[in-house]
Design a protein around this ligand. Structure first.
Ligand code: F6P
Length: 369
């Protein structure tokens, strides 16, 4: 029998996503309803490593008052970081160089010292890989799948994705009229890392004429041919949706900043390349819109809010049932538990037999292949 739970901690890691606060609220209330104390660690694990940075301390009590009225708010009341991986922590050396150190034992020592019985870790691929490592070292951990990119395996969807897609679709709706009025090509670059989910879903929903995703290396001649064909039918404008991780069949992924110690590479810039090339190939006036971090902001949609509340409550239920080393996952109509080791380090891209992708092909959308 696992020891009973009295105190739990929650943290949010990696890029923020709409719905984080809803998870925090549901978990804190579900914990309080069991008589447990709930704490929030500030900015990933930084609250443990640098408590002096926070006026209220690096770990704050999440009582009912603290989580009141936050379910609809974007961002995270705890703060987050994608630079504080305890397994590969960047340590500045006296000579100015940066060395990578493993600080995961400090996390376990902190939990033991503060008599925290379990961690609910809300995050994407990076945070869940950390959660898995901490779990293997003996910490009682439950993960919650977050990311606008929807690139986590073993869950039907992550929270944050629906909000990002809804916003990108609305942007596409707005761009149709200006593109048509000026008979232009509009290129829209969206986030998504190495997966094309946001581009695919928003591109199809928003009426894109071409969609470029990392899973399908593209040839811009094919896209230009599609645009010329539309011109011959009097459709003198076109919308092209490009995922930041998309890459030409004969070229490279566009990287804005290379990986550093403790930080993954930053993608971005492919939209500019595509816009310039399409203007050259078609002779048509072309404009670029990069949606970037706008996709991460704002209130979660109802779908994301409910998924996040369900995940928060399910994470506490999982701990109550004695689960550890698992991630809560959507398996409609239910939430299930999957081992963290089946999720950590695995990316879910768009499969070539995806019904959504096939829908795009049936609609005559060009995927650049
Ligand atoms: O994983 C979420 C995400 O928004 C990706 O889509 C994007 O590549 C990355 O984070 C951007 O990170 P940052 O906020 O560090 O620019």
């Amino acid at each position: 029998m696992p020891s009973p739970i009295r105190r739990i901690a929650i943290n949010t890691g990696g890029g923020d996503a709409p719905g984080l606060n809803a998870v925090i609220r549901a978990a804190a209330i579900a914990a309080a309803n069991r008589g447990w104390e709930c704490y929030g660690i500030r900015e990933g694990f930084n609250g443990i490593f640098f408590p002096e940075r926070y006026p209220e301390g690096g770990v704050i009590r999440l009582n009912r008052d603290r989580v009141r009225g936050i379910a609809h708010l974007g961002g995270t009341v705890l703060g987050t970081t994608n630079k504080g991986n305890p397994l590969h922590f960047p340590l500045k050396m006296p000579d100015g160089s940066v060395k990578e150190v493993d600080r995961s034992d400090e996390v376990l020592e902190f939990f033991a010292k503060k008599e925290l019985d379990a961690l609910i870790s809300i995050g994407g691929d990076g945070s869940l890989t950390i959660a898995n490592a901490l779990s293997q070292k003996g910490l009682r951990v439950v993960g919650v799948p977050k990311t606008i990119d929807n690139d986590l395996d073993k869950t039907q969807t992550t929270f944050g994705f629906d909000t990002a897609v809804a916003f990108a679709t609305e942007c596409m709706d707005r761009l149709h009229s200006t593109a048509e009025s000026h008979q232009r090509i509009m290129v829209v670059e969206v986030m998504g890392r190495y997966a094309g989910w946001i581009a695919l879903h928003a591109g199809i929903s928003g009426g894109a004429h071409a969609i470029l995703i990392p899973e399908i290396p593209f040839n811009l001649e094919k896209v230009a041919a599609k645009i010329r064909e539309r011109d011959t039918h009097g459709r003198l404008y076109s919308l092209v949706m490009v995922a930041e991780g998309a890459q030409p069949a004969d070229g490279h992924r566009a990287v804005m900043a290379p990986a550093e110690v403790g930080h993954a590479e930053r993608l971005g810039g492919i939209g500019e390349q595509v816009a310039q090339a399409l203007q050259y190939l078609t002779g048509k006036d072309t404009r670029l819109v990069v949606l970037g971090h706008l996709l991460r902001g704002g209130s979660p949609t109802t779908f994301d809010r409910l998924a996040a509340l369900r995940f928060g409550a399910a994470a506490v239920r999982a701990l109550d049932e004695g689960q550890r080393g698992v991630m809560v996952a959507l398996a409609f109509p239910n939430v299930k538990y999957v081992p963290l080791e089946e999720v950590a380090g695995r990316m879910k891209g768009v499969p070539m037999d995806s019904d959504t992708l096939l829908t795009g092909r049936d609609l005559g959308i060009c995927f650049g292949d």
